[in-house]
Design a protein around this ligand. Structure first.
Ligand code: PLP
Length: 430
């Protein structure tokens, strides 16, 4: 047997074939290729390059910090830059009094949020167990715990690898929640109540939920009133609500947090990641409400789960401050108008074969296509100068499609280029 793998196969980074295009430069949403072509990044990399690539504002922040000192975790030197980031971030998302734990990625953000939630309910309510309930259509990261507990089991196909964990309630979307003749509505939240009650509320620390679905289903938006009812159900039972806004946070859906689209559903803890580092740095941030955070400092409480060599890295904080500089410099009126324009153009593809459905909000859309045609459509798009991230989601056969999520500061011309290329590519397959 030939023992030697080809060079590319030795890079154990993705189960999918690695892309062929070689980037030699970038600006904003555009990648410049070695063969002279340029290609528009229609999904912000892995839904993260929210302010585009190679931002001078981000570079300036990193350079300034680098010239001061390049390493100093919060336990080494005074964490001035981390506190500056904490303040800026909390104000940016309208939770100015929150406490913040910093981590190195979204997965660890979720792990830390779970640890913090367990500490909080144990010291507050003396809960016996710290169960975490998730929905059947959810992704919360790539660690053993998050893969075990979430609904996306494509990435973790073997039940024996899930440590007895798994999703607890159906997501309020048609492919996962059947109804006779009508779609999901706020009443679907009663499934969350049933899930808590069947475990016993004294055993449940938190409900962990993506307020708008990300890549597992392809940008499903919950029915009006659903998240509010989930929050009420949890409050009635002394169960915390954790929103996983790793993907949706920081204006991806058109608002600072996806939960801002509905009244009365503010979570106890929020996790941010992709849009905060915007692809410039690995980062996760867990925000804890001011009512709960003091419990984490009580005498006798379990240790904070947020420690880590590279968490609270000063260059990470500097990059994130540069990203916030970029985001806050946006003209928000024009930004909203570009989101509307994107949504209107994409929705006009609904029902045009092979497109089955278009859903989403702000700068985040799922374009679902007939099974079997996703990879062909992606090729047609790439031939026309735009690439997208694929989703394979819910139902049987599994739904599949493109996640359309360009950088938030893409221009109107960029958005028009993207939608024209996609429309043309759909036409080629009709
Ligand atoms: C909703 C959600 N949570 C958590 C994660 C994990 O984040 P990371 O890949 O940075 O570990 C992701 C990543 O795609 C995500 O979309």
């Amino acid at each position: 047997m030939d023992q030697h793998l080809p060079q590319r196969d030795r890079l154990l980074t993705s189960s999918r074939p690695l892309p062929d295009f070689e980037a030699v430069g970038s600006n904003g949403p555009w990648l410049h290729l070695a063969d002279g072509r340029r290609i528009l990044d229609g999904s912000s990399g892995l839904l993260c390059t929210n302010v585009g690539q190679s931002s001078p504002a981000v570079f300036a922040r990193i350079e300034k910090q680098f010239s001061r000192y390049s390493f100093g975790g919060a336990a080494v030197v005074q964490p001035h830059i981390q506190m500056e980031l904490m303040d800026r971030l909390c104000r940016a998302v309208g939770r100015p009094e929150d406490s913040v734990a910093l981590t190195t990625c979204g997965t660890l953000g979720v792990e830390v949020a779970v640890g913090l939630a367990r500490n909080i309910v144990r010291v507050r309510d003396g809960k016996r167990r710290g169960d975490i309930l998730t929905s059947s259509l959810s992704y919360h990261g790539n660690s053993m715990f998050t893969l075990g507990v979430a609904g996306n089991q494509i990435r973790n196909p073997r039940p024996e690898d899930r440590y007895g964990l798994g999703p607890a309630f159906p997501a309020p979307y048609p492919p996962t929640h059947g109804h006779d003749g009508h779609g999901c509505d706020a009443a679907c939240a009663e499934e969350v109540a049933r899930a808590i009650d069947s475990r016993g509320a004294e055993n449940v620390a938190a409900v962990l939920i993506e307020p708008v679905n990300g890549t597992t289903g392809g940008a499903f938006v919950p029915p009006d009133g659903y998240l509010r009812r989930v929050a009420e159900i949890c409050r009635e039972r002394s169960v915390l609500v954790i929103h996983d806004e790793v993907l949706t946070g920081l204006w991806r859906t058109g608002a600072p947090l996806a939960s801002c689209h509905w009244e009365g559903c503010e979570p106890d803890l929020v996790i941010l990641s992709k849009g905060l580092g915007a692809g410039y740095t690995g980062v996760g941030a867990v925000l804890v409400s001011p009512e709960l955070a003091p419990l984490l400092r009580r005498k006798g409480v379990d240790p904070l789960p947020a420690m880590g060599t590279m968490a609270t890295h000063p260059l990470q904080a500097a990059a994130c401050l540069g990203v916030l500089d970029e985001l806050e410099a946006m003209d928000f009126g024009a930004f909203s108008a570009r989101g509307e324009r994107l949504g209107t153009s994409l929705r006009s593809l609904t029902g045009r074969a092979p497109v089955r459905e278009v859903r989403g909000i702000g700068h985040l859309y799922g374009v679902e296509v007939a099974p079997g045609l996703l990879w062909l459509l992606m090729e047609e798009c790439e031939r026309r100068g735009v690439f997208f991230y694929p989703f394979t989601g819910a139902g049987d056969p599994r739904s599949e499609g493109l996640v359309v999520a360009p950088p938030l500061n893409s221009s109107e011309d960029d958005i028009d280029f993207l939608t024209a290329a996609l429309t043309d590519a759909v036409g080629a397959l009709s």
